[in-house]
Structures are given as C-alpha cells and as structure tokens.
Write a protein that binds this ligand. Structure first.
Ligand SMILES: [Zn+2]
Length: 386
C-alpha cells in the first residue's frame, strides 16, 4: 500500500504535536487516532486498509487540535472526553466569564495575562517564575481575585494558555532540546551544543539536562534566559567545581498554587523630575503671550532637599516682577517653598518683543523669520568639505 498524502499529513501533525507537548511520537499518534474516533493508531491503520478515508473537515479539525496544548493531567488520564471539554473551554477563553465576573485573556511577549475589573494575573513565559496576581481595588472593596476559588479558576486558565504558548516555542526547537535522551543529554535550542550538565552565566548554577529541558532553557535557579546557559563554565576559575547545583521544585507541574499577590494600585512617587514637570506646566498656564510661553519652556527649575523649588526665569522672556501665580499655587499644594530668580542669558531668538505682539506661535515664527531676513546677518558659512 502506498502512503497517501493524507496519511503523511497525519504523521507530520503527530510529529509536531509530540514536539510541542514533549511526548513520544507513538503517544501523539494515539491521541490523533483518538481525535478521529479510533481507540489507537493501529486501529486507524487497520480501518484505512479497509477503505476508511479521512474527511476534509476532520483534517481541518485535527490541524486545530494539534495547535492546542496537552494538559498534563488529562494526558495521564487519557480520557478524550475530558480533553475535548478542556479544549472547548480554552477556545472561548479570549473573553469569558468566571461566575459574574468578565475577564479577558491575552498573550503579551510570550507572557500570559488574564485580567478583569480590579485585578490581573500574569503568568511569565519562564515556567520557573511565579505568576503575579495584582489587585487594583481598595483593601475594603470586593475584589473577585481574593476569593480562592475564583483565583484558582483564573490561574488555571492563564496557566493552560501559558502551556500552549510554551509549546509553540518549543515546537520550533530541536526535539532533543525538550526531551532528554536516556543519559539526560539535551541539545541547546540556540547553540545546538549537547550535554547532560549545564551552567548558568547569571547565577553560576549547575543544571542537569532534565532540569533545563523541563524549564524550557530558562535557569531554574534565577530565571536567566537560554542565552545565559552554556555547556562549559568558561568564565569559572576552577572549571565550575565551585558552582552549586540549582535546586528546582518542578515548577512546570507543581500542584500547589504558587503565586504572589501585589497591590497594583498606582503609587505616587514625586521625584524631582515630576515636580519640575508640574511646575513647568503651571508656568505655561501663567504665560499670556508667546514670549512668556518660551520663557516658561526655557525656565531653569530645580528642587532641593530642603523642600524648596528654584525657578530661574529669563528676563527677556518673562517680565520682571510678574508672579507666576499658577506655579506658586502648584508649589504650595506640593508643600514646596518657591525661590524666584530672574536671570539674563542667551535667548533662542533675537527680538523677544515679537513674541509679545504675536497671537500664535505660527504668527510669531513668521514675524521672527521676516525680522531675520530683513535685519539679520547671513548664516554662518560652513567650511567646505575637503
Ligand atoms: Zn541562573
């Protein structure tokens, strides 16, 4: 019997599925057979010999099937029914409801984020890093994510998607990168070197082949990326003898919920840069013509440790004796004392008085250009390039 195009396609799909989910090829073939209603792959072969053919829509369904992740627990149970329910659940997961609460689920730079009103959960691409649960509501206010049952549902939705994302990444890698051989030898997905022992440039950790493959080539100790993982500790003085083995708790498959809850509400950090921004904005409120606007933009503002703010205004651009009322009000709100200084330095354009008569910056620009054309000198000549 010659192999049909469809059969070759089925086998290719099984190969991709095996790679993405880090399972053996015969297991993938059996799962695919299961999807088509056969108890295992050999039954499918037998049926095809008797004339069974795969329908076009079945093939399309399979293409979608292999793109989905294989939840570890479901695989152990091997129950296709459960599997289908899980997949159907995942498919509608972009926008959905947990109880009465709406959520959206998305992937951002390989991290998975699930979020709703007042909360979000980020599951990092690196399986060794802890998901972060953020709350954005007052302590007293009701936040669904503080309900353990809700939290578990949301976390598992995000984790399932993270498994899918990681599978897509590892599907592009050599098979040996995610599946150690019998001696625990694995191949680096980028450098393609092979070893059963690896070293982290970032934390000097010693990592086994199985550990690094399971953690998708992120250091299980410090989370460093695959770029920092090497088969030789070339930076070590003693060939890595002093490096300690990295401890891992099997982050990928741990059953215990492991996450960190943080208060994600915005916190005010009034540093010098932000104070200056507010004061300058207030100076612009105080400016009544183009000249003063330029003065506000050019003002030198500094904040000192003694809760004082210095505002140095250029006398040609800001009338001496004019109080910047708004700037003073902002400083008072911030608890800052103001020291106003008038200075005389270089101004950006000649004839600052033009800015006092112009009603807009474009009008000012025209007046300024005309004045330079009429009264200004010719531009400095550039020396000829040799
Ligand atoms: Zn490390």
């Amino acid at each position: 019997m010659t192999e049909t195009k469809e059969f070759r396609r089925l086998k290719a799909l099984a190969k991709r599925y095996a790679r993405a989910n880090r399972i053996a090829q015969h297991q993938a073939l059996n799962l695919i057979a299961g999807e088509l209603g056969f108890p295992h792959w050999t039954k499918l072969i037998a049926a095809s010999k008797k004339g069974w053919q795969i329908a076009t829509e079945q093939m399309a369904g399979l293409e979608a099937f292999v793109k989905r992740p294989l939840p570890a627990a479901t695989f152990r149970n091997g129950d296709p029914e459960t599997m289908n329910r899980r997949f159907a659940y995942l498919d509608q997961a972009e926008h959905g409801m947990i109880g009465n609460h709406a959520y959206r689920l998305q992937e951002v730079f390989h991290d998975v984020i699930i979020a709703g009103e007042g909360w979000s959960i980020r599951v990092p691409e690196n399986p060794g890093l802890t998901p972060i649960v953020e709350t954005f509501t007052h302590q007293e206010a009701e936040c669904p994510v503080l309900d353990p049952e809700f939290l578990q549902t949301a976390l598992s939705l995000a984790r399932d998607r993270a498994v899918q994302v990681r599978a897509e990444i590892s599907a592009d890698w050599p098979r040996r990168s995610t599946k150690p051989d019998l001696s625990e030898v694995v191949r680096h997905p980028l450098s393609r070197s092979e070893s059963d022992l690896w070293f982290c440039l970032h934390c000097d950790g010693k990592i086994t082949g199985a550990q690094i493959a399971q953690n998708l080539w992120h250091c299980p100790g410090c989370g460093a990326s695959p770029l920092d993982i090497f088969d030789t500790p070339f930076w070590s003085d003693d060939d890595g003898k002093s490096f300690l083995p990295v401890k891992t708790d099997g982050a990928l498959d741990r059953d215990e919920p492991d996450f960190r809850i943080v208060d994600g509400r915005p916190k005010l950090d009034l540093n010098e840069e932000k104070i200056i921004l507010l004061i300058r904005s207030a100076l612009l409120d105080d400016a009544t013509n183009i000249s003063e606007k330029l003065g506000a933009l050019q003002a030198e503002i500094s904040v000192d440790d003694e809760n004082g703010v210095w505002i140095v205004l250029e006398e040609d651009l800001w009338p001496e004796g004019k109080d910047p009322v708004q700037a003073l009000a902002v400083a008072e709100l911030l608890g800052l004392e103001v020291e106003l200084v008038s200075s005389s330095s270089t101004i950006p354009f000649a004839w600052p008085g033009l800015g006092e008569i112009a009603s807009s910056t474009s009008e000012y620009t025209q007046l300024m250009l005309d004045a330079y054309a009429q009264y200004g000198g010719s531009p400095d000549r550039k020396p000829k390039e040799s």
